[in-house]
Design a protein around this ligand. Structure first.
Ligand SMILES: [Zn+2]
Length: 232
């Protein structure tokens, strides 16, 4: 399938299929995910997808709400940051730590998912998607260990497993590598500039001034082709 720029930037749903109510995935990722989920079930996990495809519009709304101080931006320690104390550059980098630039989120592709284990918590558990839930002592630590050892065999990679100084570690984020790699290769400077040119993005001028650094730290293609390191 040819990857057009509207598929890359989350502006179409035509390559997607419904995995469950409200959750869309790339049509080529549905069966691999079902096989992966079945393997997890055999090990006693109740694998659930918290987030699959996310549209450009949705990502833009999240970004702009954060940039305007209407939605929390967290520091590495999990505490909310007071954005009014930051200049525009600091604001943009603080948001990028946890939120992708609209148009450049891997969730736009339909190949990437955030997962958790519904069997490890009480039925009315409110999922946070915070590192502590996936660390030793957290409810999803067992799932994380299993993912580290088995996700790859089913085609799923962990692009944000370790902290490279850009996007904060997201042990819950998996990427269906055979398809995601093809998307990843299409993300280049002209695509990113085009997305920004046609964007109602708050902090857009700041992003443009700092674009080289932002690309190398937060968007840099080739996550999947870099050797992965296992967590402790
Ligand atoms: Zn994610």
């Amino acid at each position: 399938m040819q990857i057009r720029s509207d598929m890359l930037s989350g502006k179409t749903e035509r390559h997607l299929r419904e995995l469950s109510v409200g959750c869309l995935l790339h049509e080529a990722a549905i069966e691999p995910f079902m096989a992966f989920k079945a393997a997890a079930t055999q090990q006693g996990f109740d694998l659930q997808v918290a987030s699959g495809f996310r549209s450009y519009k949705r990502q833009l709304a999240i970004w702009n709400a954060k940039a305007r101080g209407q939605r929390q931006v967290l520091a590495d320690n999990g505490q909310p940051i007071n954005l009014s104390c930051l200049d525009d550059r600091e604001k943009a980098f603080a948001i990028l730590r946890w939120s992708a630039l609209p148009g450049c989120s891997r969730h736009h592709w339909g190949t990437d998912i955030d997962i958790w284990d519904a069997g490890a918590v009480v039925p009315d558990y409110v999922l946070q998607l915070t590192p502590s839930e996936y660390q030793r002592g957290g409810p999803f630590y067992d799932l994380r260990c299993w993912l580290d050892d088995h996700a790859e065999a089913y085609g799923f990679a962990e692009p944000f497993a370790i902290d490279r100084g850009g996007v904060a570690p997201e042990p819950w984020h998996l990427s269906y590598a055979p398809v995601a790699q093809q998307f990843e290769m299409q993300v280049d400077l002209s695509f990113i500039r085009d997305v920004l040119d046609n964007s109602e993005l708050v902090l857009r001028d700041t992003i443009l001034v700092n674009l080289d650094e932002i690309i190398s730290r937060f968007i840099s293609p080739g996550f999947l082709s870099k050797p992965s390191e296992k967590h402790e």
